[in-house]
Unconditional design. Sequence first.
Length: 114
Amino acid sequence: MNISAVEIIVPDVESVSVTDEALTVNLSDGRTLAVPLAWFPRLVHASQKERNNWRLIARGQGIHWEDIDEDISVEGLLAGRASGESQVSLKKWLERRRPQMTPRRNGNPTRSRR
């Protein structure tokens, strides 16, 4: 029995958009992937300004958000993998962000302006 190897070419990221509900990534092969934002808790907790501050990494094979220290690969998105961050790690990250938050009059926190 002969087994032939199949070469899988992972497309590059062309563009990224993040809303309160989804992360949407347009790929170089014409596909558009949209995944629930809930898959990536750091993006859920990020401001829209932080969500919009992304750059391509690994020659377009991934996306990096500097402000929130988040990396997402095209391969992971294609495989349907959500964030692998542990609850302990996320909790520590949220605690480090807390000083950046100031209370609003209605009691809901908002990001302080620096």
